[in-house]
Design a protein around this ligand. Structure first.
Ligand SMILES: Cc1cc2nc3c(=O)[nH]c(=O)nc-3n(C[C@H](O)[C@H](O)[C@H](O)COP(=O)(O)O)c2cc1C
Length: 377
């Protein structure tokens, strides 16, 4: 399945909503990896022009990525509760916590997206938080797209295979950004609430990947904490057919993150990451900042995903205007330090490398690591 994409390097650039677009995907493609385009926060116009640009550019393979959460109606009472929990932060910034904050758009895959995919089919369509309904999957497959989705447990991987995915992204708990969690880790039932206790059951990449490889017959892509050649080599040894890398690409010049985010990754504050639900309502890994320390990292007060982001909006805007990332999601996996070391090794701390170079460095170092192991055995 993955071979059919014709990649010369089995690296998938993780789709990262808000952190990278076409330039990042194209740079990784130029190195021989698979570029991904996150669509979770795109407007319809941006989504359509992204698909058209992809198709217009070449027949090159790309991955187009969506969230598949169940969109919940805004709950005014829950919003009010969360804003009043944040009251001291609002007061400190001279903001009025009683005024409704504008809602934040994260759209799940829908009939509309499916129609557009049918018109301009990419090589791969990947999903986070499970899968959309079966009829939509069938249509995506009918136009020749591979369907991938994320599993954070063996049970989720089996569920995804039973529901017809072509490959599974095994996302260990080291990963930056949102956990793809969609089944209750204890009962195996479809998760209906974002119960904060569930996060205690998350599994690391080293344990997760080989157990998923053993449990399913579709290819497995390892994700979470892979940020240099050693990590890639280890994942391949565990049976992965490819790796999906996110955080390391945040160090590339094509990443579209803020200066505050870049600084958090570089200054070692990303050594301290935690799973937190304060930014969106669902657990995600971020470098620890003030809002996580004061109100989280996991909080029972936050409204459901994705509506929790609204109340932080005014705080985030006020803080960022003063060059502070205290209220911003600073998504980072646990291996940011490895990516920083890789960039330093190539002498590019002051001049961010291209994602093309990063891809090649990681792949070359992985090959060398595998060759070194072979020599010793
Ligand atoms: C900034 C950022 C944004 C992310 N956004 C998405 C997304 O939109 N869709 C998705 O499927 N995964 C997303 N992820 C998770 C990645 O797909 C992947 O699982 C993770 O980056 C792998 O771990 P690593 O960060 O340690 O490399 C995101 C990760 C990061 C760091």
């Amino acid at each position: 399945v993955i071979d059919s994409l014709g990649l010369s390097i089995p690296i998938i650039q993780a789709p990262m909503a808000g952190a990278g677009g076409m330039a990042l995907a194209q740079a990784v493609h130029a190195a021989g990896g698979l570029g991904s385009l996150p669509c979770a926060i795109l407007s319809n116009d941006d989504f359509e022009s992204t698909l058209k640009t992809l198709n217009g550019a070449s027949n090159a393979p790309f991955n187009v990525n969506f969230f598949t959460h169940t969109a919940k109606p805004d709950d005014a009472a829950a919003q009010k509760r969360w804003r009043s929990a944040l009251r001291s932060a609002y007061d400190a910034k001279g903001l009025d916590s009683s005024i409704d904050a504008p809602s934040v758009n994260r759209t799940p895959f829908s009939e509309y997206h499916c129609e557009q995919i049918e018109k301009h089919p990419p090589a791969v369509v990947s999903f986070h938080f499970g899968l959309p309904e079966a009829s939509l999957i069938k249509r995506v497959k009918a136009v020749g797209c591979q369907v991938w989705s994320t599993a954070t447990t063996v049970a989720e991987a089996r569920w995804l295979e039973d529901h017809g995915v072509d490959a599974i992204i095994a996302q260990g708990s080291e990963a930056g950004g949102h956990r793809g969690l969609f089944l209750d880790p204890l009962t195996g039932d479809e998760q209906t609430s974002d119960d904060i206790g569930l996060i205690a059951y998350q599994v690391g990449t080293l344990s997760l990947v080989p157990q998923i490889v053993d449990a399913v017959s579709v290819p497995v892509i390892a994700a979470g904490g892979i940020a240099d050649g050693r990590g890639m080599a280890a994942a391949m040894m565990l049976g992965a057919s490819a790796v999906q890398i996110g955080t390391a690409y945040l160090f590339s010049k094509e990443a579209t993150i803020t200066a505050m985010h870049r600084q958090a990754l570089w200054t070692g504050s990303a050594e301290k990451t935690a799973l937190t639900n304060v930014f969106s309502g669902k657990p995600a890994r971020s470098a620890v900042n003030d809002v996580m320390r004061s109100y989280g990292p996991m909080s029972t007060e936050v409204p459901p995903f994705p509506t929790a982001a609204a109340a932080l909006g005014p705080l985030k805007a006020a803080a960022e205007a003063q060059s502070s990332g205290d209220y911003s999601s600073l998504w980072s996996g646990q291996s940011a330090g490895l990516a920083a070391a890789l960039v330093l090794k190539h002498g590019q701390a002051d001049n961010p490398p291209s994602a093309q170079d990063l891809t090649q460095w990681i792949a070359q170092d992985a090959q060398a690591a595998i060759a070194a192991v072979a020599k010793h055995s």
